[in-house]
Every structure is written in structure tokens, then in C-alpha cells.
Design a protein around this ligand. Structure first.
Ligand SMILES: Nc1ncnc2c1ncn2[C@@H]1O[C@H](COP(=O)(O)OP(=O)(O)OP(=O)(O)O)[C@@H](O)[C@H]1O
Ligand SMILES: [Mg+2]
Length: 436
């Protein structure tokens, strides 16, 4: 009975310390915890109320309450530095012991997270995210980038590396747009104080949990909550999420929420800054060296033209994976043959679907700007960009259009020594040329 406590709590140490506390409070009693006392504490640690424990042990609840008041409650008060008879609610026992560090197991609920078996590169990005989350204790992080760029895969690797720093880790995809209350309920069930409570899960309770415990919550596919236009704003029915993220970002607590999205939610535009614990990371393509791993996995031939392939697909892992599968199947793995045949850039159905999803969200003016931009093959400066937008529609707020395309992860910034230059991904150019 109450087996769960043995895996989640360091019972050996707890029994030892409680028996010392017992000696302090009741020096005349026999030393060491009795087996009944151990059973009672385990019952509480599993989140059971005294009445529930009494029912399970088939004893009278009143009798158990008296027993607990004369034993465990007083030992725990002594052990955790609370004054004698200060305990007001049995739930505090679990809280106090958890804060005192007797809980051993951090719990990871992977939800809909995919199992990533092969993963290459991204060491810099992982280091940056670790720095923000583990070192700087950031409260709110966004992982942004166009479809297929590897946001979810990177987040899985990140969680694998840092999960032990948190008491509770919970991954949820918002693909099916769960009501915010359902999400709160799922998280609160990990905490004994709330698990058995009848009160509805609400934001205040959850924020209390985020303050009391160190939790990591990953919300994937957040773009489904956002309006098509203006970028980063929430659909009316999901405004609660916006309020939740705003409070997570601005209030004091010890937890972290990671938001994964193709489009940048507005909280990040509003709050992120170097010295504030809210940050966003915009993912670019994989570097050539790392992309080679993907091509190798697909058993493509000698690496002669791999560099070209990676450049064509801008290091987008999904684009590379799907094109490599085609090369293996139709061209017997020969990249050379594929490049010879393929006069226009091949876009797989899987990748085409992603581009379609992203493009249907653009405003008319944004779409027209992208079509115009697709005719430029070199990186362009901000002044050229502004000029292009005003050619599409004179007297329009050009910066807003450019910013919007950036926030949709469609406009890539390329490094230059003295000014920012921008370019459309070649795959996007190809999509635009063919289908717009
Ligand atoms: N660094 C990597 N090494 C190897 N494979 C990768 C890497 N990053 C991503 N992939 C693979 O590329 C594919 C797309 O990655 P992922 O699903 O993470 O993209 P995403 O940015 O989350 O896309 P979406 O916006 O559609 O959710 C997956 O099959 C994934 O396993
Ligand atoms: Mg994803």
C-alpha cells in the first residue's frame, strides 16, 4: 500500500530525520518510527487525506486524526523548522517535506512529444537555451522558425538535457487547441495539494504552483492559437492563453514555459529583452556539417554534391529529409543524378503542405510583397526592402510589413559586416514562383 511514495520520496533519509525529530519533541517515547507511523506518512505523501487513509486501512477517521496529531504532524513540524502545533492542514505536510528536499523523483510527462532518434548539430542553440533556462532562470522562452526547421526536435533534445533540474516537466501540443482550463487541470494533478481538491483549476492556482515548484512546461504548435492577421495576436477564443503567457513572463516565479511556434506571439515582442527573463530564439537552417548527418541516414551516395543540396534546401531538416528519401528511391541514392534531372527545385508534398499552411495566413499585401521579393536573388538591405514594399502599395507602413514577415519566420536575416541584409529562403522563392 502507498507504494508510489517509495519511488517519489527519499524515505530512508526521511525516516531517519523524522525519528531524530521525534526524539526532540517526545524524548520519553521509544526511538525510531513505528511501522504504523511509516504507513501513515507514506499515505500522506501519496496525496491521500487522513479520511482516505483511514478508509483504505479500514480504521476510524477520528482515531487516525488523533494519532497523526500526536505523531507525524509534530515530527514534521520539528523537522522542517515550523513551530509546534502550527500545522493547519494535512496538505502542508507534503509541501513542507518537498521544500525540505525529500522528494527525489522529478516527473516528466512527454505528452505528444515525438521520439527523436537521430539528431545532428544545434550545439550553439542548445547552449543558448540552457543558458537562458538553467543559468539565467528565464521564465518565458519562445522557439520560433518556419515549418520543418526543427523546433520540436530541438525542444525534445533540450528537455532531455535539462529535465532533472525541474520537479515537474510537462509537454503539450496545442494542435487540437485544448481549453486552457484543461491544460491547468493536467498540470495541477501532479501536485498532491491540488490533485484531490474539488475547486476548478484556474490561473491563480497554476501561478501559485509555478511559484512553489520549479516546473517546465513546453507548449508546442502555439501558432494554432494565433489570428492570421495581425501576426502574433490571439484568436478571441484563445485570449486566455495570452493572459497566461503574459503573467508567466511578468510575474515572479521559479518555473519556465517554453513556447514553440512558427509565428512570434505578441508577449515576446512586448517583453523580451537582454536583461529580462523573457527571450526568443529564431531557428535558421542546419549548418552543412550537421545536415550531412541527415543525408547519411538516408544512405545517399558519395558526399560530392551534398553541399549544393544543403544550400538549395537552406538546411531545412524536413525539406532535406524528404528530398533525400526521393533521391534514395528514384535515383538510387545518387545526388548527382538528382541534380542533373532536377532543373527546378523539387518540393516534396510534405514540405509543400507546410508552405501552403504558412502562406494562406499572409495578408494580401504581405503575399504581394513576398511575390515581388521572390524575383530578387541576392540579399537585400532594409532600405531596398522598404522600396519594394512601397512599390507594391504606395504610402503603406513598410516597416510593419517587413516586421510581420520576420515574425512569420519567412524572411531570413543574413550576416553582413555593416548592415542587416534579408533574403527569402530559396524554397519559398520556388514555392512562390510555382504556385502564386
Ligand atoms: N537537428 C536535426 N537533426 C536531424 N533531424 C532533424 C533535426 N531537426 C529536425 N529534424 C527532423 O526534421 C523533421 C522536422 O523537424 P521538426 O518537426 O522538429 O520541425 P518543426 O520546426 O517543429 O516543424 P513544424 O513547424 O511543422 O512543427 C523531423 O522529422 C525531425 O526529426
Ligand atoms: Mg513542430
Amino acid at each position: 500500500m502507498f507504494e508510489q511514495a517509495t519511488t517519489e520520496w527519499n524515505l530512508e533519509q526521511l525516516y531517519l530525520d523524522l525519528s531524530n525529530a521525534k526524539e526532540q519533541v517526545f524524548p520519553h517515547k521509544k526511538t525510531g518510527l513505528t511501522s504504523t507511523e511509516k504507513l501513515h506518512i507514506q499515505g500522506l505523501l501519496c496525496g491521500n487525506s487522513p479520511t482516505e487513509i483511514a478508509n483504505l486501512l479500514v480504521i476510524k477517521p477520528q482515531g487516525l486524526n488523533v494519532a497523526l496529531s500526536n505523531t507525524i504532524y509534530r515530527y514534521v513540524e520539528e523537522l522542517t523548522g515550523h513551530s509546534l502545533n502550527s500545522l493547519e492542514n494535512w496538505r502542508e505536510i507534503v509541501n513542507w517535506l518537498e521544500i525540505a528536499g525529500y522528494k527525489t523523483q522529478s516527473s516528466t510527462d512527454w505528452g505528444e512529444a515525438p521520439d527523436i532518434t537521430s539528431f545532428y548539430g544545434r550545439t550553439q542553440e542548445l547552449a543558448q537555451l540552457q543558458q537562458w533556462i538553467a543559468h539565467d532562470r528565464s521564465r518565458l522562452i519562445a522557439l520560433l522558425g518556419m515549418g520543418g526547421i526543427g523546433k520540436t526536435a530541438l525542444a525534445v533534445k533540450l528537455v532531455e538535457q535539462i529535465k532533472d533540474e525541474f520537479e515537474i516537466v510537462m509537454w503539450r501540443s496545442l494542435r487540437d487547441t485544448p481549453p486552457l482550463e484543461a491544460l491547468f487541470k493536467q498540470l495541477l494533478q501532479y501536485f498532491p495539494n491540488y490533485r484531490n481538491s474539488q475547486i476548478n483549476a484556474n490561473m491563480a492556482q497554476l501561478l501559485r504552483v509555478l511559484r512553489t515548484y520549479r516546473c517546465l512546461i513546453i507548449l508546442d504548435e502555439v501558432e494554432v492559437l494565433l489570428k492570421e492577421y495581425p501576426v502574433g495576436y490571439y484568436c478571441d477564443s484563445y485570449k486566455g492563453y495570452s493572459e497566461f503567457l503574459r503573467r508567466v513572463g511578468t510575474e515572479r516565479h521559479q518555473s519556465c514555459v517554453v513556447v514553440i511556434s512558427r509565428e512570434k506571439p505578441r508577449e515576446f515582442t512586448l517583453f523580451e529583452s537582454e536583461n529580462y527573463p523573457v527571450h526568443s530564439l529564431l531557428l535558421g537552417g542546419l549548418q552543412e556539417e550537421s545536415s550531412r548527418g541527415i543525408l547519411k541516414d538516408q544512405q545517399l551516395d558519395e558526399g560530392k554534391h551534398w553541399e549544393k543540396l544543403v544550400k538549395l534546401y537552406w538546411g531545412n531538416p524536413l525539406a532535406l529529409k524528404t528530398v533525400a528519401a526521393i533521391i534514395r528511391d528514384l535515383f538510387e541514392g545518387s545526388v548527382t543524378q538528382f541534380l542533373k534531372q532536377n532543373t527546378t527545385l523539387f518540393i516534396s508534398n510534405e514540405f509543400f503542405e507546410i508552405l501552403d499552411q504558412q502562406f494562406t495566413r499572409l495578408s494580401e499585401l504581405e503575399a504581394a510583397t513576398v511575390c515581388k521579393l521572390a524575383t530578387y536573388t541576392h540579399p537585400i538591405s532594409i532600405s531596398e526592402l522598404t522600396e519594394i514594399v512601397s512599390q507594391v502599395k504606395p504610402q503603406t507602413d513598410t516597416i510593419q510589413i517587413i516586421d510581420s514577415l520576420r515574425r512569420r519566420s519567412l524572411l531570413e536575416k543574413v550576416k553582413s559586416s555593416h548592415e542587416a541584409l534579408f533574403i527569402l529562403h530559396p524554397i519559398i522563392v520556388q514555392y512562390v514562383i510555382r504556385f502564386c
